[in-house]
Design a protein around this ligand. Structure first.
Ligand code: ATP
Length: 514
């Protein structure tokens, strides 16, 4: 197996990374010139110098989040520190030199998604790109924020649309930010500003028709994850199992146990240990190779694997609150409002829309396979593994009464003809919506698996859960359309859920002109 193993571990062709946001028109890279381009090998601290003629061009970035070094090759930094990018070719990790802060004048690797070009819109603490209405409400309602906290959001799917969202006495108000005929920004027709920064400065000095004078920018509580644990593990993701310390058992599934672990003594991770013989190692590695290339903020990131001995370890990001099913069933579920439930569903749809774009099928979408982090963040987990397990032992997944096959989540054509497609994932998403709206109730609660299959074939569908908005129930029914091709796409589901309360203009407040 040595030969095939080498082939399996070849680095995949570099692909455009859809998870990484393309630079927007409004962004400007500020460039400085550094006299001697420091060598990668040169550990000597070099202070930044004034721009010389003929020097090489380096880009300056501002840290958007705090980062604590995980190895002796990377740099610790805090929000607001500035760094010069020396080599961006590694992609996910850049070689950089810190200009300010705890690592000032040191060089090392930094996660590229923690920084933004200095003075760009993305570097503004109040600018939240790709943030929709419901998400902005979740972020602003976090306990770290106070009255007057605000953000300006931009949605990539609704090109050019900007909105100002403000926390006012525990409620979030939204104002459309409009660009007038002369290209200036305004929330109220009587006052226009050349830049968003000027607009923010103005309303930070006085309410001037807004519900409240702008206070502090919304806290950026959702720290993006580096795509790998460190610069080293981007390529070398078969890691020494001695580098992982298992700390605490978090749970167990049918294929093994899950632990909270610590990698390299620095980095919290989740470690899934697979029972010996649950899957074919080569099949698993092939699948893991693909999974490693999938990056999205709503997908659990696969970091590394230990496959040289049994049990196989799968090392992923750690999610504070465990599975969505447990989360819904426990006390936290009872604190959720309908808008929270819809927002969580929208997050799952967004992760799945990414998989849809990658032509990747989940095959086991259910609340037990969604994980929850701080502030109700939901991420899709266990994608791709179902396929590997299935290949290994078809009998486990047979649609028989009493087997482990998740019959109640599976589309009829997948049960009957083994046709697993993104459209069968859509069916499962409808069941997941039902789980979310019923706080983790078993679907088809009074039926056995066999009765479920029979009833579905006669056109039966679950009734609208109590307190579920009719519009949302219609989305479930759309997911359960008999003909797979007539079901919606995840992209459509994502915007329908994200815009659930945003479809009529009256959902925006007016800045009352003086
Ligand atoms: P099955 O694998 O049988 O479908 P499952 O998905 O519940 O069931 P696992 O994926 O093995 O089983 O997970 C078991 C439990 O471990 C989960 O319910 C969750 O509470 C916890 N868990 C799994 N992965 C993580 C993670 N990345 N972070 C935090 N907790 C996790």
């Amino acid at each position: 197996a040595g030969g095939s193993r080498a082939a399996l571990w070849e680095k995949p062709e570099p692909q455009p990374d859809p998870g990484r946001r393309a630079k927007t028109e409004t962004e400007t890279d500020t460039r400085v010139v550094v006299i001697t381009p420091p060598s990668v090998m040169d550990p000597a601290p070099v202070a930044p110098r004034p721009q010389p003629p003929g020097g090489s061009v380096r880009e300056v970035y501002v840290a958007q989040y705090d980062y604590s070094a995980r190895t002796n090759q990377d740099l610790s930094f805090n929000t607001g520190d500035t760094l010069v990018a020396l080599d961006k070719s590694p992609g996910e990790w850049w070689l950089a030199r810190a200009l300010t802060g705890v690592s000032a004048s040191k060089q090392g690797y930094i996660p590229a998604n923690y920084v933004a070009p200095v003075e760009s819109l993305d570097a503004q603490p109040w600018f939240f790109s790709e943030t929709r209405r419901l998400e902005s409400e979740r972020l602003l309602m976090a306990e770290e924020n106070q009255h007057g906290a605000f953000l300006i959001r931009k949605s990539e799917s609704h090109a050019g649309e900007l909105a100002l969202s403000v926390l006012d006495n525990g409620k979030v108000k939204h104002y459309k930010v409009i660009k007038n005929e002369s290209g200036q920004y305004c929330v109220s027709r009587n006052r226009a500003f050349k830049t968003l920064k000027e607009l923010v400065e103005h309303y930070s000095r006085q309410a001037d028709g807004l519900c409240v004078q702008l206070g502090s920018p919304c806290k950026k509580t959702e720290v993006p994850l580096p795509f790998s644990m460190s610069f080293d593990t981007v390529d070398q993701w078969e890691i020494d199992r001695k580098s992982i310390k298992l700390l605490k058992k978090l749970g167990a599934g049918q294929f093994g146990e899950v632990y909270e672990g610590l990698w390299n003594g620095t980095t919290a991770v989740a470690v899934k240990t697979l029972k010996a013989g649950t899957m074919d190692r080569e099949d698993f590695l092939r699948e893991a190779q693909i999974m490693k290339t999938l990056h999205h903020k709503r997908l659990i990131q696969l970091y590394a694997v230990c496959t040289m001995e049994e049990p196989i370890y799968i090392v992923t990001e750690l999610m504070e609150h465990g599975s969505l099913l447990e989360y819904l069933q426990k006390d936290r579920g009872s604190t959720l409002h309908t808008s929270d439930q819809i927002e969580m569903a929208a997050q799952v749809a967004s992760g799945m829309a990414y998989l849809e774009l990658q032509n990747y099928i989940h095959r086991d979408l259910a609340a037990r396979n969604i994980l929850v982090g701080e502030n109700n963040i939901c991420k899709v987990a266990d994608f791709g593994l179902a396929r590997v397990f299935m290949k290994e032992s078809d009998s486990v997944y047979e649609a028989k009464e009493g087997t482990k096959f998740p019959v109640k989540w599976t589309a009829p054509e997948a049960i009957n003809e083994n046709k697993f497609t993104i459209k069968s994932d859509i069916w499962s998403f409808g069941i997941l919506l039902y789980e979310i709206l019923t706080f983790g109730q078993m679907p088809y609660p009074t039926m056995t698996n066999f009765q479920t299959i029979q009833s579905l074939s006669q056109g039966y569908r679950m009734p609208c859960p109590p307190k579920c908005p009719k519009k949302l129930y219609q989305i479930m029914l759309d997911c359960w359309i008999e003909q797979a091709q007539d079901r919606p796409t995840f992209e459509t589901l994502q915007w329908k859920l994200e815009d659930f309360f945003d479809l009529d203009v009256s959902s925006y407040d007016d800045a009352s002109p003086y």
